[in-house]
Design a binder for this molecule. Structure first.
Ligand SMILES: Nc1ncnc2c1ncn2[C@@H]1O[C@H](COP(=O)(O)OP(=O)(O)OP(=O)(O)O)[C@@H](O)[C@H]1O
Ligand SMILES: [Mg+2]
Length: 298
């Protein structure tokens, strides 16, 4: 994924002073979580002094904590709530949640930063975005899900709406029920109550697609979608939409129109340039602001 350069979030190689502060906080987080006793902390500090190790390394070397314990503590220190691999029924595709220091997670945070800067520069009040791309399998669902988690990690009240009524996936990624969702809202059978909190991520909520309808395009083009977005703008700071492939289904354009903005993905060595420029033209002709384009390399 191509994004602009950004600062590494972990000052691991920082000055001695930064490291000392880092170590002290990691030690106290591990102690607060009951991973280390006061006696353990003493032992780690002795080893640290003898070998010049960082606290986490020392604790690992003594076998007092696991790699996961350390990763959790570091994530907590940097305010990146995350999940321990294998301990949840949530998809491992959520790299931002499982491995906050993985290069892909950093790319997602870089994209988040770019979007926040562009919104701020343009004075955009309602931060609503469709994640779009021309063809199938280009990473829309993956990017929408990870970006939503990344925004919520910043403390933004984030709503992720699965508007891919043809091949919905967000309920599977976040492991939430999909019986009631966007289709029920658009057909007047459900209201805001269909939005479910993603419990693992304090500030993230999800509206799954719901039962697949026979008429997705007709449902999506109803004014109910615009009204629902307006209503949700009072409750959420950021709303993201997953969408179907824009080249094949007009739903994607309709969703982007209701959102007012879009991020356009292209998959490296896969998406044709002509398709990307075609979708950008269509979005612009409809008055949709293309806030960013992302080259998804995977
Ligand atoms: N940046 C990435 N890094 C690693 N894997 C990725 C990345 N982007 C997408 N993938 C993987 O590629 C596959 C397709 O991605 P995804 O389902 O998000 O695409 P899509 O555009 O939503 O497809 P569809 O047309 O089926 O809706 C998934 O297995 C996903 O985990
Ligand atoms: Mg998808």
């Amino acid at each position: 994924m191509q994004t602009t350069p950004h600062e590494n979030v972990l000052p691991i190689e920082g000055s001695g002073r930064v490291l000392a502060r880092y170590d002290r906080r990691i030690g106290s987080i591990l102690a607060e979580e009951g991973k280390l006793t006061a006696e353990d902390v003493e032992r780690v500090m002795e080893l640290q002094q003898a070998n010049g190790l960082r606290f986490g390394e020392g604790a690992l070397r003594l076998g007092l904590i696991t790699e996961d314990d350390l990763r959790c503590a570091v994530a907590k220190q940097y305010d990146l709530p995350h999940l321990v691999p294998g301990s949840e029924s949530i998809s491992s595709e959520l790299v931002v949640a499982y491995e906050p220091f993985h290069p892909r997670a950093e790319e997602m945070r870089a994209l988040r930063t770019q979007l926040l800067m562009r919104w701020s520069k343009a004075g955009v009040r309602h931060r609503v975005l469709a994640i779009a791309s021309p063809g199938p399998g280009e990473g829309r669902s993956y990017v929408a899900a990870n970006l939503a988690v990344a925004f919520s990690q910043l403390g933004e009240r984030t709503l992720l709406i699965d508007a891919d009524l043809r091949a919905p996936r967000q309920h599977g990624i976040f492991n939430v029920p999909d019986r009631i969702g966007l289709t029920a809202v658009l057909s007047g059978r459900a209201d805001r109550g269909a939005v479910v909190p993603a419990r693992e991520f304090g500030r993230l909520s999800l509206l799954p697609a719901g039962v697949p309808p026979p008429n997705p395009q007709e449902l999506i083009s109803r004014p109910a979608l615009g009204a629902f977005v307006q209503e949700m703008c009072h409750e959420f700071d950021i709303i993201l939409f997953d969408t179907p492939p824009a080249k094949f289904y007009a739903d994607a354009l309709n969703v982007a129109f209701r959102a007012g903005g879009a991020v356009l993905l292209a998959r490296k060595d896969h998406t044709r340039l002509a398709d990307t420029t075609g979708v950008i033209r269509e979005l612009s002709d409809t008055g949709v602001r293309v806030v960013g384009t992302v080259l998804n390399a995977f």
